[in-house]
Design a protein around this ligand. Structure first.
Ligand code: ATP
Ligand code: MG
Length: 466
């Protein structure tokens, strides 16, 4: 019988041709200007990481030993960006961030350095960065050396890229104590890149999760939004739960753990939530947010295996959480609206007027999102995506929206001013009620939506209510 080898003899890293690092011309020009004036200058951080991953970087960050005042001299039109030594330099049509090499000190409140010290080498600068994959540079050192650009990788970033690993630079516990945001960044990068957390980095997050309570809601919200935009947010969401960061930043959601579900065997409510988020297409950030929060009202409403009113309670909890993490108002309102209405039911016996009332209740603009949420909810429950008559409801809604339907006051063939002129009534609650009454009738029977019919009906209503 064939014996399996006792150890894995495959090479530990993927052998690939080296990636050619070729920054765009404005970036190169800026580097050359610095090199030729005797300065060390490097492309650094996330942009280099993305190039090595064969992705297109969102922006190119540069670092140099030139001090901010020197940068202002060298680059006409450059301006100070912040007190940490970042200068915005104009290069071609672009604006580049150039930051003086620095080390960070005095993290008094577990969120930001209170003092920075400019440095003369790229190595000093790389040592302050969060993860090995973010702590590489490409460029050339200060005057005197032949300016042949090279990769600088003192912390094993290339190895960790090859093995798809997030590993803290230095002692992970100290690094997370300095700045608790790094824990959320670790989890976020795991999700967006599809990487794993190195064991001592993971253990340090578990040990230091409570420090995340020091972070501002705004920064938590920004990381959560990036996490939710990942191809598979579940990677990050499960890590948030496993490290207990979830209990610190969103106790409402942490409460979903251990709540029984009769959906997928062995799954609890949190598992269902995580699956639902993954099932929402990545280009629908608000629906992903709503998916994350759609059942947040269940833990508080659970009684006898039911969750009565969890949609209304959940909408309130969701609104509170989104306010806390400073989600932009318009997105938060839409996500809360989706949570509030995610329990809609459909009965094939509904007439067309019933379909139109449904459209009016949800609002034209949110229908597509609500359907996307329900599809994901179905998939997260182990059901067919169009279960519960969703396919048929969608088709009937689409058919209604194609016709000249009446859904809101503005769709009526008559407005408040005309009613006041024609019927001699005055502005006030009675006029509002009359308009709503006409709207209800026109939703039921769109054939009455012409000026004469509406006026006749309005006259009748007024007579009957006198
Ligand atoms: P992305 O732009 O996709 O969020 P990024 O890695 O570029 O990812 P940025 O916030 O743009 O992240 O930061 C740029 C670089 O600055 C990082 O790659 C990292 O080297 C460093 N950095 C950012 N935040 C921290 C932090 N909290 N602690 C240490 N280093 C950090
Ligand atoms: Mg960046």
């Amino acid at each position: 019988m064939e014996q399996r080898p006792p150890v894995d003899i495959r090479p530990p890293v993927e052998i690939r041709p080296p990636v050619e690092i070729r920054p765009p011309e404005p970036v190169l020009e800026t580097l050359r200007r610095l090199w030729s004036t005797g300065h060390g200058a490097h492309v650094v951080g996330g942009s280099l990481r993305d190039v090595l991953l064969r992705r297109v970087p969102a922006d190119w960050d540069l670092a140099t030993d030139a001090r901010p005042e020197r940068l202002l001299e060298l680059f006409p039109g450059a301006v100070y960006e912040n007190r940490f030594g970042t200068v915005a330099v104009r290069a071609g049509d672009e604006v580049l961030q150039v930051t003086t090499y620095r080390s960070d000190h005095d993290y008094a409140d577990h969120r930001r350095p209170h003092r920075v010290e400019f440095g003369d080498t790229i190595e000093v600068d790389l040592a302050r960065r969060d993860f090995t994959i973010n702590a590489m540079a490409w460029g050339a050192a200060a005057a005197g050396t032949a300016a042949e650009p090279a990769l600088v990788d003192p912390h094993g970033g290339q190895r960790d890229l090859a093995t798809r690993t997030i590993r803290a630079v230095g002692d992970p516990r100290l690094r997370f104590e300095e700045d608790a945001l790094r824990m959320l960044r670790a989890v976020r990068f795991a999700a967006t890149l599809g990487f794993g957390l190195e064991a001592s980095t993971l253990a340090a997050i578990q040990a230091r999760a409570s420090f995340a309570a020091h972070l501002s809601g705004e920064r938590v919200g920004a990381e959560l939004a990036k996490l939710l935009a990942a191809p598979e947010p579940s990677i990050g969401l499960r890590l948030l739960a496993a490290t207990e960061l979830l209990a610190v930043i969103a106790p409402e959601l942490a409460a979903e753990r251990g709540i029984a579900q009769n959906k997928i065997p062995g799954d609890d409510l949190w598992d269902h939530t995580v699956r639902t988020v993954d099932a929402v297409p990545g280009d629908r950030p608000v629906v992903r947010l709503a998916a994350l929060l759609h059942d947040v009202g269940k833990p508080a409403t659970m009684a006898d295996g039911h969750f009565h009113g969890h949609d209304a309670v959940g909408a309130e909890l969701a609104a509170g959480l989104l306010l806390r993490i400073r989600t932009p108002r318009a997105d938060a309102d839409r996500a809360v609206h989706l949570v509030r209405h995610h329990m809609f039911t459909y009965d094939p016996a509904w007439g067309d007027a019933g379909i139109r009332r449904f459209i009016r209740r949800i609002g034209r603009a949110d229908l597509d999102s609500l359907f996307a949420l329900r599809e994901a909810d179905n998939m997260g429950s182990g059901l067919d995506r169009s279960a519960h008559g969703l396919g048929e409801l969608r088709a009937r809604v689409a058919a209604q929206l194609e016709g000249p339907v009446v859904l809101e006051r503005g769709d009526l063939a008559i407005d408040g001013d005309e009613l006041m002129d024609e019927l001699g009534i005055v502005q006030g609650p009675a006029l509002g009620r009359l308009l709503d009454d006409l709207l209800e009738r026109a939703i039921s029977d769109p054939t009455i939506n012409d000026r004469a019919s509406l006026l006749a009906i309005a006259t009748e209503i007024l007579r009957a209510t006198k």
